[in-house]
Design a protein around this ligand. Sequence first.
Ligand SMILES: [Zn+2]
Length: 417
Amino acid sequence: MSLAVTGARLDGQVVGLRAEEGRIVALGPGVDPRPGDELIDAAGMAMVPGLVNGHTHAAMTLFRGRGGDLPLMEWLEEVVWPVEARLDAEDVYWGARLACVEMIRSGTVRFWDMYWHPGATARAVEDSGLRATIGAPLIDVGAAAGTSTLREAAEASLEQIGQPRELIAPALAPHAVYTVSESSLRWIAEAAEERRLPVHIHLSETEDEVERCVEAHGDRPAAYLDRLGLLGPRTLLAHGVWLDDAELELIAARGATVVINPVANLKLAVGRAFPYLAAREAGVQVGLGTDGPGSNDSLDLFADMKTFALLHKHEARDPAAVSAAEAWEIATGNRSPLLAAGGLAPGQPADFLLLRSDAPDLRLGELTAGLVYAASGAVVDTTVVNGRPLMRGGEVEGADEVLARAVERARRLGLGE
Ligand SMILES: [Zn+2]
């Protein structure tokens, strides 16, 4: 399968692009379609890389708008856990399909997911045409205590997700340091090393988590993970709100990535913003995430990008503290090799967006500033992943059916209206 785009605007030039077998094979002025190419006439449209959502729980679209003003523990105990106990693979499949439609519409081309029935999420991602790194939340403290149980759950989840392939990468996803025992975390470190799997974990989201970690293990969360062999270049830490300077130095030294979730953190009122300026100073690799649509509640990463930039300008009392270009680079996965999507160049994956030529919020002024401060995901006209257009002219094929099925599944779970 081959694809050709003509007449797109890229860095002030009018360019063409050709993709074969999911990769960009030519890009620049004078690149013309060849016979047999699927054609996209992009006259007047800007071409930009796609966004990377570094942390979400996709199928939680089913939980959207329920108990959203509750504190975390009440929301989990009263709204989420009782329903999750009844959740089956079909629920997760349609919840994740809906999330994929929303991400395609708002320009996300790949994401990192942590949720139950990961095989169903993998199927939803492949049927949608997006890319994802997927792991099941591994938990063994409390009701499901016992390391052998966690190992079995981990093996079963990897089996469900299957081997790494074009659109899907498996990960091990220990939920957090307070929900997984020390011995299980050690086992996960070994298993990840042996099988060269990424590790996706929530870390330092709340102050209480840090205090409990110091009490139980004598170390702050990042130092504790490091002691267990879990801090490395394939480790993705979601949140990191309460990391201190020494932990940021350690994370930078180990080459781990922190995914910042500014909207979810603000909505949950965790009491502080991720110490981004200190992290940048220390050289920490970062990405941007929405967190789950049950708690953000949006999957439109444009909103998180703007909030991220504004929050850190505000905190620093300096409008120059974070530039639009920097926020854009982070949101496109280009400040972490773990998230890196490759960029727009021959040889790289053919993942990119074409922006609506009639979007009023991008009509005037500098493009990157417009994308970060003025736009929403509604400016995306065309989303291409792996050389395949998943949306053209703002239309995602099958979106109505996906929404109808997701609503049906939510009703089944008592989450209807
Ligand atoms: Zn999360």
